[in-house]
Design a protein. Structure first.
Lengths: 505, 169
């Protein structure tokens, strides 16, 4: 075997992770033999106690968390099993997908144990190479593992070309391999379809117990929102043609019988031409094969468009093609706050979108930020009033969920971070932290919006939404983390660098 | 904080009806919790009104009355087609309405007719909702999605967090 591609904790189990299977397809297209194993699933699928699952997930995801002796025994056994599986495969290369910073601990602990017994080359890649947001210039994690001799290669940016280059053992100093100078791929239609053969039968925690596969239609975003770092990482918005995306879905249907898809990228409807080609090709496939309307189910992230950009016919045909379950980065229901964010849509655009969704029986999910730096008390109340106005959409299921996140965290690479001084943002003088990063900030132009006030607004908003009948997602985890983060900030330990505690496992 | 019972409830009823004849248009009245909110001749295809919920009541009762027929000579009718509450289509809840008709003595029919939206006699259709009404509609529509495993949101954690930020901090 040329390469074994791995996932490690902690990531969601709701559907198969995209990257390793995509890279398997890419490697095979280049003539290499690749296998995918999901060690994240192996661990969590064998745990049955909810508290234990939470403890172990928190151990991987919250920097300062330690672990109980009982959990330590389980992790030790799991690491032994992982190593045995790697050695059994004897791959020339081992690739680990560091999906987010929440995969860093497992990655590091695994390579520390593997390095002495495995003679192949170890590669890490993924957004998790940076702890401070994907657009950060600081590739702290990948660099540290390389410097410590725990890995041979880190790959920054997209992995498709770089990984094949490493496998070919050609010039490994090209863009993104052991350096941060990655160059974005512009022709996404030339990339192979993912190959899910190795994991399609694994017991992921699919909603409704229906197999759902991820599909990536684009990279980057057409917008440049002030709180987001996507556009800094993906300099250019690149996208696949609608025909290519539809062909991939049809390929997975014909190969695996899968009819449910989730789009992993920032927006389904970034390119309107590609979006229209996508639903057209799918509807043509239904007609050619005598399949009913909405035979496929597909959804992902959606940006609010004006009535001039997307007509009622677009919504009708996309619904017919099976689009549903659209996550929208609404962020604030105050128009003036949203204008500052550069979200690029008005309240009337949102009204139109929601009405089109309702008319066509499409459902959607709101992503919201409580406590944006310019949010005044009046803006906050306006948001609450708008949620009250939109209550009917939650009652009839058009809005199937709201995710309130934590309060605003400022990441490197975002315009808020880059223009922080001009905007009046600074680290909290109360805690003495020196970096404008994360939750610990104040806005001197909106001084009453303290961290405590932001936390309270976050909580009040959730309370209102629950009373109004909205389904708030992931609230327990987010509120628990919010309390923990507030506590750390109060103890001035929030921004303390991560120090691996390898003795605890 | 916005209180649920303070949210205005706008009801829109879509209907079809018999045409004008020598005895006129069908006569209709709509009541909410036994208070008349609309009285009209059925020469329109929809009516709309707004009420404020009474927080002291456990139930909200919507009644649509058809009256003024002389069964010896009149042939008038109305039929309810759709009801929207705050623009929410009540869908199948519509059929939960129960008609109580005032049947003339020569017709041998049960006057209680669940799920009959055609009012050919004098009578009324009653829809009953638990309060707060919108949450009852949500429950009965059954179109909401539950959070998936690991993504839950509970009152317990919310209350704990409120105590933390309002009392402890």
């Amino acid at each position: 075997m040329d390469i074994l591609l791995l996932n490690v904790p902690s990531i969601s189990l709701v559907y198969p992770p995209a990257a390793p299977s995509l890279l398997k397809g890419v490697c095979e297209q280049a003539g290499f033999l690749a296998t995918v194993k999901d060690f994240n699933l192996t661990l969590f699928n064998n745990l049955h106690d909810a508290d234990q699952i939470n403890r172990i997930a928190n151990y991987f995801t919250i920097r300062s968390n330690n672990i109980t002796i009982e959990d330590q025994v389980i992790l030790d056994e799991w690491y032994k099993d992982c190593i045995a599986k790697v050695l059994e495969c004897q791959p020339k290369f081992l690739g680990i997908s560091v999906f987010t910073f929440e995969c860093q601990r497992a990655t590091e602990e695994l390579v520390e144990r593997l390095r002495p017994v495995y003679s192949g080359k170890i590669i890490v890649g993924g957004a998790g190479l940076s702890t401070t947001g994907i657009a950060s210039g600081k590739n702290d994690f990948g660099t540290r593992l390389k410097d410590q001799g725990l890995v041979d290669f880190f790959i920054r940016g997209e992995g498709e070309n770089a990984l094949v280059n490493i496998l070919r053992e050609e010039n490994n100093l090209i863009s993104g391999i052991n350096n941060d100078n990655y160059v974005q791929i512009t022709n996404l239609d030339g990339i192979a379809f993912p190959n899910y053969d190795d994991i399609i039968d694994l017991p992921y925690k699919y909603s409704n117990n229906i197999v759902q596969l991820p599909v990536t239609t684009s990279r980057g975003c057409v917008r440049a929102c002030t709180f987001c770092d996507i556009h800094a990482f993906w300099k250019k918005y690149t996208y696949r043609s609608g025909e290519s995306v539809a062909s991939e879905m049809i390929h997975h249907y014909e190969k695996y019988g899968v009819t449910h898809f989730f789009f992993t990228d920032s927006l389904i409807n970034g390119s309107l031409k590609s979006f229209r080609d996508l639903y057209t090709k799918i509807n043509e496939y239904y007609a050619e094969n005598n399949l009913g309307d909405r035979f496929f189910h597909w959804g992902g992230q959606w940006i609010v468009r004006t009535p001039n950009q997307l007509k009622p016919k677009d919504y009708q045909l996309a619904a017919k093609a099976g689009m549903n379950g659209l996550a929208m980065g609404i962020e604030s229901l105050s128009e003036s706050v949203r204008d500052h964010m550069k979200k690029g849509f008005s309240n009337s655009d949102l009204d139109y979108t929601l009405e089109q969704f309702r008319e066509n029986e499409l459902n959607c999910y709101f992503l919201i930020i409580a406590g944006y730096p310019t949010e005044t008390e009046d803006n906050f109340v306006e948001s609450l009033e708008m949620f009250t106005k939109y209550q009917g959409y939650a009652i009839d299921g058009t809005i199937f969920g709201v995710n309130l996140g934590g309060t605003l965290s400022i990441d490197e690479g975002t315009p808020l971070h880059q223009n922080g001084t001009a905007l009046g943002l600074e680290f909290s003088t109360e805690t003495g932290n020196e970096n404008l990063f994360g939750l610990d900030w104040i806005n001197e132009k909106n001084p009453s919006l303290t961290l405590l006030e932001r936390c309270k607004r976050r909580v009040l908003m959730q309370e209102l939404l629950m009373n109004l009948g909205y389904t708030v997602w992931n609230g327990d985890h987010q509120l628990t983390r919010l309390r923990e983060s507030y506590d750390k900030i109060a103890r001035n330990s929030y921004n303390r660098p991560y120090t691996p505690n390898t003795q605890s496992v | 904080m916005i209180k649920l019972h303070e949210i205005p409830i706008t009801v829109r009823i879509h209907l079809t009806h018999s045409q004008y004849n020598e005895s006129g248009w069908p006569l209709c009245e709509v009541s909410w919790n036994n208070n008349t909110v609309k009285r009209f001749e059925a020469n329109v295809d929809k009516i709309e009104f707004t009420i404020v919920q009474n927080p002291e009541l456990d139930k909200s009762i919507l009644q649509f009355h058809h009256y003024g027929i002389n069964h010896h000579r009149d042939d008038k009718w109305v039929e309810i087609q759709k009801i929207y509450i705050n623009n929410i289509d009540l869908r199948h809840i519509l059929w939960d309405g129960v008609q109580h008709a005032f049947i003339p003595p020569w017709d041998d029919l049960d006057p209680i007719m669940p799920g009959n939206l055609y009012l050919g006699y004098n009578g009324n259709i009653t829809w009953t909702f638990d309060n707060p009404i919108l949450l009852d509609i949500q429950k009965r529509l059954g179109r909401t999605v539950k959070t998936i495993h690991g993504q839950e949101t509970t009152e317990e954690v919310l209350e704990k967090t409120k105590k933390y930020f309002w009392n402890h901090v």
